[in-house]
Design a protein around this ligand. Sequence first.
Ligand SMILES: *[C@@H]1O[C@H](CO)[C@@H](O)[C@H](O)[C@H]1NC(C)=O
Ligand SMILES: *[C@@H]1O[C@H](CO)[C@@H](O)[C@H](O)[C@H]1NC(C)=O
Ligand SMILES: *[C@@H]1O[C@H](CO)[C@@H](O)[C@H](O)[C@H]1NC(C)=O
Ligand SMILES: *[C@@H]1O[C@H](CO)[C@@H](O)[C@H](O)[C@H]1NC(C)=O
Length: 939
Amino acid sequence: MVLINAEPRNFLHWLVNVKLSRIVVMVLAILILTPLITHFYLSKVERNVSSITHNAHSHLDLPENVDVKEIDLRVGVEELVRIRGSVLSELRDIEKKRQQFKQELQTYSKNIEELKTELAHHQTNLNRLKISVEQAQVAMHEALEQNTPDLALPKKLTPDSLPHILPPIPRNRSRNCRMFSCFDHSRCSLTSGFPIYLYDPDQHAVMNEGWDVDGFLKTTLKQVLGYNPHLTQNPKEACVFLVLVGEALKDTDDVTENIGNHLNLPPLDSEALKRLPYWGGDGRNHILLNLARRDLSAINGDIFSSVDTGRAILVQSTFYHDYFRPNFDLIVSPVLGPPGGDVWHECSHMVPSRRKYLLTFQGEMKINKAYITKKQLVFVDEELEKENTELNNFILEHLKQLANTHTSDKFLFDFECVPASDDSMNMGPQDWALCGTDSSRMSVLKESTFALIFAPSSIEYVSTTLLQARVYEALRSGAIPVILGGDQVKLAYSEVIQWKRVAIFLPKARVTELHFVLRTIPDEDILLFRRQGRLIWERYLASVQSTLDTIVAVLRDRLNIPPLPADTVAAVSVFNDTFQPILVLATGDVEQEESLGPLEPPYNSPAYRRNYSLGLTQGHEMWNDWGDPFRLYAALPMDPILPSDAKFVGSGRGFRPIGNGQGGAGKEFSDALGGNNPREQFTIILLTYEREQVLIDSIARLRGLPYLHSVVVIWNSPRLPSPELRWPDIGAPVHIIKAARNSLNNRFLPLENLQTEAVLSVDDDAHLRHDEILFGFRVWREHRDRIVGFPGRFHAWDLNTKNSWLYNSNYSCELSMVLTGAAFLHRYYLHLYWKWLPQAIRDKVDEYMNCEDIAMNFLVSHITKKPPVKVTSRWTFRCLGCPQSLSEDDTHFQERHKCINFFSQVFGYTPLLNTQYRADSILFKTRIPHDKQKCFKFI
Ligand SMILES: *[C@@H]1O[C@H](CO)[C@@H](O)[C@H](O)[C@H]1NC(C)=O
Ligand SMILES: *[C@@H]1O[C@H](CO)[C@@H](O)[C@H](O)[C@H]1NC(C)=O
Ligand SMILES: *[C@@H]1O[C@H](CO)[C@@H](O)[C@H](O)[C@H]1NC(C)=O
Ligand SMILES: *[C@@H]1O[C@H](CO)[C@@H](O)[C@H](O)[C@H]1NC(C)=O
C-alpha cells in the first residue's frame, strides 16, 4: 500500500480542475508582479530617503544632480535586469517543478487506477474464497451430520454350485406354479447381476425323434445372446438356464403328409428335459424358449401342454388359458424380424394420421386339422363354444354390412382370400388364417388407420402365434390394432408393456359400436397410439435380438434385480508417461469483475442411487416411455425431485438454498445454486480438430469458472498435439481424449470420465462469457431433460415442394433446435445417441461431416416430446478473427436440409417442436437491439 499525503493531493486535484493555461497565466502574473511591485516600492522608499538627504545641497550642484540621477537610473535598470534574471530563473524552476508535479500526478493516478483494479480483483477473489470456504464448511457440516455412511454394496453374491437334485413335482402342482412356489430365488441374489446360462442347442437336443429346432433360430439365438451382457458360461453362478425348444420343425420336408405320424409323438421330449445337466430333478430356474417364426410351418398348438415341464418357466406365443400361469410363464411375440440391426426402414411414415382406409381386415376362416387331438388337453365348455360360434357369425354379418354402408369412411374387409400358406400359424379348431403374402398385407396395412384383429375364435386360447403376428404386422406398418375379443387375450410381455396405449381392445359384443368408437378418436390420439406402437415394436418386438433382450429383461425385472450399468467409452488420453503437456498459468481476458459462485474442488454428481427403487417407482415409464429398461444409468434426467419443504425438513443433504432458504438477489444469489436439485457441477466437452491455438484460448477463458468440474477435449485429429503446445492451467482438470477416428459423432461419446450429469457441449471456437455459462447451467437444472443452450435454429416447411423441411438459421420468433455448439444436456442422452439412434443416422453424420447437432435435437425431442430451451446470451459465440468454421458454407446448408428430411424418415415423423420462449434470468431487463425487430414491441 502506498499512502498518499492529503495536502499535495488536494493541491494537485485543484490543479487538475482549474484550467491549466489559466493557472500558468496566474502563476506567471503573481511571480512577475510580486517582486516587481516589491522592488518598486522598496526603491521608491530608498529614493525618497536619498532625495531627503540630498535636499540640502540640491540647488548648489545641479549638473552633479543630473549625473546622480543618471547613475541612479542605471543602477535601477541594472537592478531591474538582475531582478528579471532572478525572476526568470525562479520561473524556470517553478516550471520545472510544475512539470515534475504533473508527471508525479500522472504516475499517482495510474497507481491509483492499478490499485483500484487490484483491490477489486482481490475483493472478488476474497468474496469467492469466502463463498468457497462457506460452501466447504457447509459440505463439511453435512459430512459430519450424516450419521449413516454411504451404503456399501454387499459382495456380489452368486451361487457357486450346480442345482441340487430334488424330486420332481407332480403335474397338478407344476400347473399352478408361481414365482414364490416354483422359482429358486436363492440362486439370484439382488447383487448377482442376473447371470443366465444357455444350453447349447446343438449339444442338448430336447426334441423328440423326427423333430428339430429351426436352424436359423439356433444360430441366431446363440449369436444374439452372445451380445447380452447377462450371458455367462459358468453354470455354477447362473441364476437361470435357457433351453431352446422351438420353433419345432418336423425334420422332413412335407409337413402335411406327416401330420398323422407325429400326432402321437409330441415335439418335446420330457425325458430329454430331465437329462439336462442342471435340471436338478424339477427344472427349477429353467426357461424353455419356444420361439415361433412365421414363414416356417408349425401346427403344434401349445407344445408344452402335453409334456411335464416341472418347475420350468415357459416362454412362447401360444397359450391355453388353462395352462398359462400368470406372472410365471411369458407370452412373447413371434420372432418375425431380422436377427438385429436397424429396423426403421421396414416401418411406414406416421403422418398423415388418417389413412385411406379407416379399418381393414384380410383373412379367411379355416379349420385347423391339428386341433382335434389337442382338444382332449383342455376343458371345453360346449355351451360357451356354441355361443361363441354364434357371436362370430353375427360379427361377420355385421362387418360385411359395415363395409357396404354409405359413409365417408372406407373399410376393406377381405374374408375370402388366398391364404398365405396352409396351417401357417398356431390356430384353434377354426381360425382366421392370414391372407396373401407378407408384402401384399403390408401394403394394405400401410393404408389403414386401424387394423382389425380377431381374438382366437376358440375361447380357450389366451394367445396364439397368429394373433401376436397380426399385432406385430399392424404395428410395423403403423396401423393401430383393434382387437375384437380383446378381453379374451393377452399380448406379449403384458406384465411390463402397457398395451392399452398401443392397441384398442374391444369385447366381441361391441362390434356394433366399433365404427362409432373409431370415429371418435381424434388425430392427436391416433398419432399417440401409432407412436407408442412404433416404440414398443422397435424396442421389444422387431428383431430376434430385441425379443431375447426383452425376455431376459422381463424376468430380471420380476426379481427386481437392477440391470447392468450402461457401457461407457474408455477415455484414452493423448498424453502418456513420456509425452506430457507443458502447463502454464492461464492468462487472457478472464472476466472476473463479478463473483459468480464458489470455486470448489471437483464434485462428482451422485451416481447409481436408485438401483433398487427406479424399477419400482418409475418402471412403468422405463418400459413404456423415455426409459431404457435394458441398462442402468448413473442418473436420469427424469429422476424425481423432492417437494420444497423436504430440503428443510429431513432431506436437506446437498441442497444449497438461496440465502439459506430466505431467498435473495445479488450476493445471496451468486453464493448458492438454489433450485430444486442438490448442488452439482458440470463438465465441458470441447470437440476440436486441428485448431490448436483456438482451442488453447478457449480453454484459457475457462479459468475461474465456478461449478466447472472438468474439461474434456475430444481430440478428433489423428495428429497428436504438438509437444511444444503450452496448455493453460485453469484450476480444473482438463482431459485431452484421443478419438478413435475423426467423426462428429464423437461429440457425444459417453466417456467413462464424465462424472457429472450436466454436460456443456461447446465448439472449440465458441466464446461464451462466464455469466452466460452459469445462467445456462442454472436454467438447465430446471430442464434437465432438455437441450438448454444458446444458438437457436428452426426447421421450416418448404413452401415450394410442400413435402419437405428446410433448415433455417435466420432470426425468427420461433425456434425448434438449439445447437450443441453451445448447449447443456444430460449425460444420459450421450448414451442414447449411440444406443438408441439407428446406425443410419450416425452414418449420415459421418457421410456429411455435419448434422450431429440436428440428430441430437431429434433424439431429445423424440424422447421428451418437448422443444429445447433457448437461453439469453449477451454476446456472439464466434470469436472474432478465428478461422471461420464451415457453417456458413452453402453445401453445408444444403446438407442440413437433407439431414432433417432424412432423420424424419428414420424416426417416421418429425419430433422437433416449435417454441417461442426464451429463458432470461428473472430480474433481467431486456435491452432492445437497435437494428432488430422484436417479437413484441414493448416486452
Ligand atoms: C396331485 O396329484 C397327486 C397324485 O397324482 C395326488 O395325490 C394329490 O392329491 C394331487 N394334489 C392336488 C392338490 O390335487
Ligand atoms: C507416448 O506418446 C508418444 C506420442 O504419441 C509416443 O511417441 C510414445 O511412444 C508414447 N510412449 C509410451 C510409453 O507409450
Ligand atoms: C448400483 O449399481 C451400480 C452399477 O452397477 C454400482 O456401481 C453401485 O455400487 C450400485 N449401488 C448400490 C447401492 O447398489
Ligand atoms: C434469411 O434471411 C435473408 C434476409 O432476410 C433471406 O435473404 C434469406 O433467404 C433467408 N434465408 C432463409 C434460409 O430463409
